[in-house]
Structures are given as C-alpha cells and as structure tokens.
Write a protein that binds this ligand. Sequence first.
Ligand code: PEP
Ligand code: MG
Length: 577
Amino acid sequence: MAETIRGKGVISGIAVGQVLLAGQNLDGYLAAYKPGTVDEEQAKANEAISAVTEVLLSTIDRLRKEEQTEQAAILEAHRMMVQDPMMAENIAAKIAATGSAPQGILDAANEQAQLFEQMEDEYFAARAVDLRDVGKRIAKYVLGVKEPEIGSSQVILVGEEIEPSVVAGMPTEQIAGVILGSGSATSHVVIIAKARAIPTVLGIGDKIDLIHDGDEVILDGSRGDIVIRPTEEERSLYETKIEEQKKLAAHYAALKDLPAVTKDGVRVELTANIGTHMDVDNALTYGAEGVGLFRSEFIFMGSTTIPTEEDQFKAYRAAVEKCGGNICVIRTMDIGGDKPLPYLNIDPEENPFLGYRALRISLDRHDLFLPQIKAILRAGLYGKAAMMVPMVISVSEIQRVQKLVEQAKVELAHEGKEYSDDVQVGIMVETPAAAVVSSLLAPYVDFFSIGTNDLIQYTLAVDRGNAQIAHLYNPFNPAVLRLIKRTIESAREAGIWVGMCGEMASDPYAAVLLLGMGISELSMSAPSIPRVKEMIRSVTMEQAKQLLDDVMKMEHGVDIRAYMHKTLEASDASAKI
Ligand code: PEP
Ligand code: MG
C-alpha cells in the first residue's frame, strides 16, 4: 500500500529510487555476537581501529585528489576521533566492563556523544552524530557488518541518522536522494548532500519505520513529501512533475549565456552564493557571472582547528581562478549566531544573533582575521577577488578593518609573499544601523552587498529560523523596502556599486523592484539565476520604476507581493507550472 509522509525538505529536487537503509540498527548483530576473553576483545578492537583508519585514509586521499576538500576535512575529523587516545582508553575501560568489543566501542562512543548532546546546541549535536558514526564504523568491523553495497542503480539512502562518511564514501551518481529520521540543516551529512545537490528530506521521526529496505520511494526535496511504494497513479503524477522540471530546466538552460538585461538595455550582474570553492563549477552551469558571496565560515566549520592562511589561500585561489575574469566576493568569517565554532571556546550567549559574532570576533581576534585577510589578498593575484565584511554597524569598524588590511599588506611584503593591491573591500549591509547610516559608510568602501536574511530579521525583530512567526518575515514589508532603497541610493550617490546577497535577491518579483531602485548586482543560490534573469529580460526600466513608485505608496507587505505577482506573473515561467 502506498503511503505519503511529510518531513522537512532541505535540498530541492525530485528523486525516485530504491531504498537503501544506511544507518543500520546493530541490535540483532550484537545479540548474536559471541565475545572471547577480554584480551581477545581488546585485540579485535585494536584491529578494527587500524582497519577503519586505513579505509578513512584512502577515502580522504581520493576526496583530496577530487578537490572535495570540505568532505575530506569532515572525514579527517573522523580519523582523528578514531585515533584519539582518549577514545582508545574509554573503549578499553568499556570492554573491561562489558566483556564485548563491539558493545564496549559503542558504549564509549555513545558516552562521549552524550556529553556533546547535553550542550543543547545544534553544532555540538552534529558532532555527536559524527562520534556515533565513528563508533558504529569500528563496531561494524568487529561484527563483520558490511557497509551498504552499491550496485549500478540509483538509491535513496534512508536512516535515522546517516553517517556522513557513508554519503562521502559513495559516488554522487549513485545517490538519488537522502531521507533522515532526525538531522538538522547544518549537520554534516546535509552539508555533503548540498555540495552534491542531492535532494534531501529530514525530520520524519518515527515514520521512518514505514520505509523498508528495497522499497520504491519518490521524494520531493522542496515540499518535503515522501511517497512510499507509490501507486501507478502517483508514479505518473511525479513523472509528469519530473518532465515539467526537465522542460523548465531546458528552457532555462537556453538562457545560460544571455545577459541579464532589461528590454531597454539596463544590465544587472547575476552572481552565485557559494559555501566552498567546489560550488563554483555548478554555479557556472546556471550562468553565474562570478560569485557574489563566498561564505568562508564553512572552511572554518569543516575543520577541527583554525584553518591556516595557506589552507584558506588554496580554497580562495581555487574559487577566484574558477571565476575567470569575473568577480569573486569572499566574505570574511561569519561565525556566531547559528554558526558556532567549538574550538573558539565562546561562552554560551542569551542572544547569539545579537552577540559576539562575525566582524566582532574578527576585530578582536587578529590571530584569526589577519591570516584570512592575507589569504584573500594573495588569492587576488589569480583573478578578481573582493573582500567583504559581515555585520557592520559603524564607520569605526570599517576604519579598523582598513588598518588591518594595511597591516596584512606590510606583513606579506615582509614575509616575501606576493599579493594583489587591487582587491576591493566592501561591506554587507545587513543591520538596520548600517542601512540607516549607509551614506556615512559608503565613502569608506568599494561596494555594498545587502544581506536581507539578517536585515529582515533585525528590522522586523523576527527570528529568521522561527517557523511560528515565519509569516511576519516578509521581504516586501514597507520598513524593509525603505531601508533597502535608502542603502542603494547612498551607494549610488557615493559612486560605488551595490548588490544584494540575501535570499530576497532570488525572488524574481523582488528583483524588479530592486532594479527600479538601481541595484547593480544580485547574488543567489545558482539554481535561482535563470528564473531571475528571465524576469529581468522581460521588463523595461521604466516599468520597474513605475512598479516601485506604486508599491512605495502601499501599506502592507502582503499586498505588495500580491501586486507584483499579479502584474508580472505572465513573465514568470515557473509560476505557470
Ligand atoms: C544575509 O544575512 O543576508 C546573508 C547573506 O548572510 P547569512 O545568510 O550567511 O547570514
Ligand atoms: Mg547574514
């Protein structure tokens, strides 16, 4: 019997395939296991640790060769956990207590994982998953449980929690989709799936028991729907959807090399938001004209220690080179808020989004900031790199950044390292303070990029991650539109370029209003580029300005969105599907 369940869609796309249960339950194997003496069990654990280390090392080596540095860093962290002397001590103690190698290994890993979980923090919860992953891998070796075997057909990986190493260890073309019982959007398995654009749904809870190994499943990563054992009717409904998606993709592919230019010749640059340099290739296939936001904090989050200047330089250089002559805007690390870094040992905060984050940390911790600035300046030699600082609220912060850029240049010269003198330095306008005083900030910088994800939450006092008040989080709110308009005007008066890298930039209706305000660049997740481009190519500047005039007289955000939709729907291919 077919069954449809709903989880949280975190990576869009429709996938069809056979289920492969990846997060095996080891209870049956443990019950059947016959332990030897404590010494024998200890020897088995040691052998398993060496074997798992070897497999990890060869996977890390392969991933590095494929330049999958982020995935390699995650597995490198696993390797360190496997070889951690504390873990070995803990395993020995647990084997002595239980008399069983696999049970002792699992108990030791669980105990350490629980310590992380007690911190009630999403980042640490994700590290707890990593620890359990490591424990399971070693225990599976002792129990003789094989890792999922992959044939030639595409599979949908399903598990309560799936070990990141399982996804990282499989070829991309063999994973059609991922379904997780639990999981969070920032867990490592999701980061890996995102880098590979694998449709993913998480948070289905107990309903995972309805899915069995080998079942046919359809998953919709945008809506979060999962159809288990679909009927003919359901299959053909989704086949129609897949066909429509393909047609739309072909329609958009034809736009790839065309410029985003209005009917009367006003050009807007469309660039991509990326998390790692590996995302650039994918972005270019959608017609991205460079990168408008490289979220560099992912390099920091994928590592267990502070990444060195050299590590960062390699990643930035790769991204800058891949952009060719187009711009590559590297945002300096935006740690804090929803992106904590355990190795910085920052005290828990009541209000992390209003706390010690982003530029506030960078300006305090020159040991972190200077190597990052140096890496960006050095990468500038390989193309058109730009440096952008997040969370600015005042002129004095920019002045301090400028001094540090000068210091970085002096140090580089002293160290005999070459760097570019032409790296633009700009800021994100993502606090109401920055938008309000944008005319004061503009003379000090080369560009603005408006970060609406934060600007909206701070302006409207609406947590960007709180589903209960999501209806209040409206980019078309008149207060938000006024701050954006003011920012664009300040930039134009000062003669600097102004872009937007918040999610609002990917809304085609918003893009028309932004065009009317005089924006010069829009940066977004790459798959959104063609839709926005098509909209820009369908309007005139005069029309955009008229629409802007109209909506600036309106009082309600919902009415503004509806008005834009009604007026422009005919030009929006996706809206017709
Ligand atoms: C933003 O705030 O709009 C932005 C682009 O930054 P992030 O989403 O990384 O906070
Ligand atoms: Mg932000």
